[in-house]
Ligand binder design. Structure first.
Ligand code: FES
Length: 588
């Protein structure tokens, strides 16, 4: 096999590769625009030109199409730079509004072009490289767009220049366009639905392949089959082409794995009361009214704005922010009756962080009462109140859009004045509610909950870590709103409870469980239907109900539902209960 010399580096010639591939393997940078790993090279933009020297003769070749035959390649010679400058001058004339082309031109010291821009050109960013057309046709198998007309009148269009029925709004054309010239809404009048990032609380969209969140364990991407074009349209597969370790396997199936365990700790977190259900505060339709978790993401260095607070509507840095406490908390008529416990503290913290990021900005806190319970929290609130944030005692009645501002209608209940305050951004602290996941898991496990859906504990004061079923423990907000300190303490307690359980040579159960009088039982099955723990079953052969003592929690539901009185609760037989009632009421 002959040798190929690229910029003085000698490698084995390999005609199955292109000069571009070999150069990239060697770490040599060659600019490209119309090149895409998943498509056959087309050589249309020509920015990747290199100098080929063969038998003393120099020629220009496009690196993305030229095979890595033997000979010599120069990627940065005088001849190459001259050619790239010429190409960039043509591109500047063709796509003067493309930031990418301007940047590339600047890199090659091209600051103006002698060529004239055609004012009738359909798009001032397009270099007509055709990548969008090829990706739509060859990768997505859709062919919604193509080239129309010829020569200088050429442009990219749908058939008959009408909105396309076949465009799937997948966005591949927009994604691959090297000059940001393409807009899917030019091809279709279908609604383009963003695919919001759940972790970033809808502040940004996420692609079909993504990692759940930056610190996810395991930190590996997943493919969302609901939006991935490979699964929807049997097309694409770009991720498979570009994945260097060849880790993509479209044939993998979701599987449910079952484990036998001796105990469960439920720690399913929480949700916030949905903004859509708060119509007086915009109902989620005013883009600059966000919830506190969204604001938390805006403050985070790993968040969608890299820690710079920008408002969602226009990306402007807000010069004034209103923080609204107790939204739907302590509000039994419209929301929940309980206090969400942590909102005061975290909202004070967020206001403080905003002020630290924007010392000249204004932060207003609308509150009913401030309840910053916890070690050092009250002192933190007092500091914030004195130096950083304006606190207004009053619950806003309405929040409306007012031009590019958001207007908060409220009253200062201390001075009695009504207030209409224009701010750039409003941050709500909606009530904390049980997460949708915990509602499902608690239902599946038949665990008792309170009226709001929080898990019920065996005893709020004496056994606060144990659920109503032996061996199932709880940690964090599955029980009720609590802060990180309390959640960590409870999680440690739950882990200790599990270890305590496992350290015993045998399990002890309470003897006050259900029993069945087989002389009376007719096997009607009411008890079986009623039992929340599946601890009582009718023996179909004997036609009597039998209690599984290991599962029975002694709740008494079977005794209450048994029409014949065969199912009863040990120590609480009907005779015993009547005797207690008689004794307790004999003096009346
Ligand atoms: Fe090679 Fe466009 S990248 S011709």
């Amino acid at each position: 096999m002959g040798k190929l010399i690229i910029d003085g580096l000698k490698v084995d010639a390999d005609p199955n590769k292109t000069v571009l591939d070999v150069a990239r393997d060697l770490g040599i940078e060659i600019p490209t625009l119309c090149h895409h790993k998943s498509l056959h090279p087309f050589g249309s933009c020509r920015i990747c030109v290199v100098e080929k020297i063969w038998k003393g003769e120099s020629t220009l070749q496009t690196a993305c199409t030229y095979p890595a035959w033997e000979g010599e390649i120069r990627t940065n010679s005088e001849m190459v730079l001259r050619a790239r400058k010429f190409i960039l001058k043509l591109m500047l004339a063709s796509a003067p509004e493309s930031e990418e082309i301007c940047k590339l031109a600047e890199k090659y010291q091209v600051f103006e072009t002698p060529y004239k821009h055609n004012p009738k050109k359909w798009n001032n960013k397009c270099i007509m490289c055709g990548l969008c057309v090829r990706v739509c046709d060859e990768i997505m198998n859709i062919s919604a767009i193509g080239f129309a007309k010829r020569g200088s009148e050429r442009y990219i269009a749908t058939p008959l220049d009408e909105y396309s029925e076949t465009c799937s709004t997948c966005g591949a054309c927009e994604f691959v366009c090297p000059t940001n010239a393409i807009n899917v809404s030019d091809w279709t009048d279908r609604e383009i639905k963003p695919h919001p990032s759940i972790f970033e609380r809808g502040l940004i969209s996420r692609p079909a392949v993504s990692v759940h969140f930056p610190q996810a364990v395991p930190n590996i991407p997943f493919i969302d089959k609901d939006v991935c074009m490979h699964f929807l349209n049997d097309s694409c597969g770009i991720c498979e082409d570009v994945c260097v370790p060849e880790a993509i396997d479209f044939k993998q199936k979701d599987k449910i794995e079952e484990f036998d365990v001796g105990a469960l700790v439920i720690a399913t977190g929480f949700d916030l009361y949905p903004l859509m259900e708060i119509p007086e505060y915009g109902g989620g339709k005013i883009p600059d009214v966000i919830d506190a978790l969204q604001f938390e993401r805006l403050l985070a260095a790993s968040g969608p704005t890299a820690g710079v607070v920008k408002r969602p509507s226009d990306g402007k840095i807000p010069e004034s922010v209103a923080f609204i406490h107790c939204v739907r908390s302590r509000d039994p008529e419209h929301g929940v009756a309980y206090c969400s416990k942590i909102c005061c503290t975290y909202l004070v913290k967020e206001a403080m962080l905003y002020k630290q990021a924007m010392p000249n900005g204004s932060a207003y806190s609308f509150y009913i009462d401030i309840r910053t319970g916890g070690k050092g929290y009250e002192e933190f609130y007092q500091r914030t109140k004195e130096d950083w944030v304006t606190f207004i005692r009053g619950k806003p009645a309405r929040i409306v859009q007012n031009g590019d501002k958001v207007q908060v209608w409220s009253a200062d209940t201390l001075s009695g004045e009504s207030i209409k305050l224009d701010v750039d951004l409003v941050v709500l602290a909606p009530a904390i509610i049980p997460s949708a996941g915990s509602v499902k898991i608690l239902k599946d496990l038949r665990l008792a909950t309170d009226e709001y859906g929080w898990i019920k504990e065996q005893h709020l004061k004496l056994r606060p870590l144990e659920s109503m079923i032996a061996g199932i423990f709880m940690a964090g907000m599955v029980q009720y709103p609590k802060d990180i300190t309390d959640s960590v303490a409870q999680a440690s307690g739950a882990a200790a409870k599990v270890l305590e359980l496992f350290s015993q040579p045998e399990l002890k159960r309470t003897p006050t469980i259900a029993s069945v009088d087989t002389e009376i039982c007719v096997g009607c099955g009411y008890c079986e239907e009623t039992c929340p723990y599946e601890a009582i079953k009718v023996d179909e052969r004997k036609k009597v109900a039998e209690v599984n003592a290991a599962l029975c929690e002694g709740c008494g539901a079977c005794a209450a539902s048994c029409p014949s009185g065969a199912a009863q609760h040990k120590n609480f037989f009907k005779d015993q209960i009547f005797a207690m009632v008689v004794e307790a009421t004999k003096d009346y």
